[in-house]
Design a protein around this ligand. Structure first.
Ligand code: SAM
Length: 321
C-alpha cells in the first residue's frame, strides 16, 4: 500500500457519476448554468471496474457516490448495484435529493444503507434562490422516503453569513426531530469563490456556529474516526450534529480521500488542479492495471496539502463533492 511521509494512505473514494447537475447553487456554479456533463464520461462498467481496481490496488474501503448530481446520471442504477457487490466496508450516496422519489426502488434493491442529502434551508423561497432550481417539498418528501426505507440519513448544509444564517437552528431542530444528523459544511474557497469577496463575506466558521447552537443547547464533542472530515457533537436527549470545519479545524494531515471524476481522472486533493488519467489503465488486463495504477496513486498522494486546504479554482461538481 502506498503511504506518504505523513503516514497518509488512501481509504475513502469519491466517485463522481456525472458533472451535470439539476441545480446551479450560487456557491458552486458561477454562471447559473446547470446540466453540463463532462465531454466524455466513463461508462457504468468502466466506473465499477475502476472502483474495483482502486479497492484492490489502493486499499479503498469506503466509497461515496457523488457528482454533479448522481441521481441525474443514467449510469446510477448500474453503478449503485455494481459497487454494492464489491468488497467495500461502506458505501454512501451524496445527492441534492430532488430525484429521490424516482430512485427509491433501486436504492432499496441495491442494499445502500447511508445517504447524505444536501439542503441549505427549509424556506421554499430561499431554497429557490440558492439552488436556482428544484422544489423544496420534493426534497423533504425524498428525505422521508429514505427514512421510511430504513436508511441512515445525514443532511449537509452550507451556512452562509448573508444567505441562510436564520436557518441554522430551524434546520438543526428539524433534523434532530427526525433522528437525522445535520452536518454544517464551512464554505470552501473553491471555484469562482476563490477570487471573490463573496467568500470572505459569507464564510461562517465553527466558533460562530457553536455560539449559535450553544445559545439554545448544551452540547459536547464526541469522538470521530481518525480520518473523519467532520467534528461531531452531541446534544443530550436530542441528537447530534457535525461541522466539516475545513478552515477552522483543517483535516488535510489525516486525509485519506481520493476522487475519480466522471471523465476518468483521479484527483488526490480538492485543493489541487493536478489530475491523473485512468483511461489507459482501464483498458489493461487486471494484473497490468493493478501495476500501472501504483504510479497514478503515488502522484495523487503527492498532490495532498500538508496541513490545510488552501483553496483552488477547481469546481466541486466537476471533481466530485
Ligand atoms: N449534487 C450532490 C449534492 O448536492 O449533494 C453532490 C455534489 S455537491 C457538489 C456535494 C456537496 O458539495 C454539497 O453538499 C454542496 O453543498 C457542497 N459544496 C459545493 N460547493 C461548495 C463550497 N464552495 N463550499 C462548501 N460546500 C460546497
Amino acid at each position: 500500500m502506498i503511504v506518504d511521509v505523513q503516514g497518509r494512505k488512501f481509504r475513502n473514494l469519491r466517485l463522481s457519476l456525472t458533472a451535470a447537475c439539476n441545480y446551479a447553487c450560487t456557491y458552486c456554479v458561477p454562471d447559473g448554468k446547470k446540466l453540463q456533463a463532462a465531454s466524455s464520461e466513463l461508462s457504468a462498467d468502466e466506473m465499477v471496474r475502476a472502483v474495483q481496481l482502486l479497492v484492490e490496488g489502493a486499499g479503498i474501503e469506503k466509497l461515496r457516490i457523488t457528482g454533479g448530481e448522481p441521481l441525474l446520471s443514467d449510469k446510477f442504477d448500474d453503478v449503485i448495484v455494481g459497487v454494492m457487490g464489491l468488497n467495500l466496508s461502506d458505501v454512501a450516496l451524496t445527492t441534492n435529493g430532488q430525484l429521490l422519489p424516482r430512485k427509491v426502488e433501486v436504492i432499496k434493491r441495491s442494499g445502500l444503507r447511508r445517504i447524505n442529502i444536501s439542503l441549505d434551508t427549509l424556506d421554499p423561497n430561499a431554497f429557490r434562490s440558492i439552488a436556482r432550481s428544484g422544489d423544496l417539498a420534493t426534497v423533504l418528501h425524498g428525505i422521508e422516503l429514505m427514512l421510511d426505507a430504513g436508511l441512515k440519513v445525514k443532511i449537509n448544509m452550507v451556512p452562509m453569513r448573508t444567505v441562510n444564517m436564520d436557518q441554522v437552528m430551524p434546520m438543526l431542530d428539524w433534523c434532530m426531530d427526525r433522528n437525522v444528523e445535520l452536518r454544517f459544511i464551512e464554505l470552501m474557497n473553491m471555484g469562482h469563490l476563490k477570487h471573490n469577496a463573496v467568500y470572505q463575506r459569507d464564510f461562517v466558521g465553527m466558533d460562530d456556529l457553536l455560539r449559535l447552537v450553544g445559545a439554545k443547547y448544551e452540547y459536547s464533542r464526541v469522538d470521530a474516526d481518525y480520518d473523519s472530515t467532520s467534528v461531531r457533537y452531541e446534544i443530550a436527549n436530542k441528537g447530534s450534529f457535525g461541522i466539516i470545519a475545513n478552515e477552522s479545524e483543517p483535516f488535510c494531515s489525516s486525509c485519506t480521500r481520493l476522487r475519480l471524476s466522471s471523465n476518468g481522472y483521479i484527483y488526490g486533493c480538492l485543493s489541487s488542479t493536478s489530475r491523473h488519467a485512468m483511461h489507459e489503465v482501464l483498458q489493461l488486463p487486471k494484473h497490468l492495471a493493478l501495476n500501472a495504477i501504483q504510479s497514478i496513486l503515488r502522484g495523487a498522494l503527492a498532490d495532498k496539502q500538508p496541513v490545510a486546504f488552501t483553496g483552488e479554482v477547481t469546481v466541486m461538481k466537476f471533481i466530485g463533492g
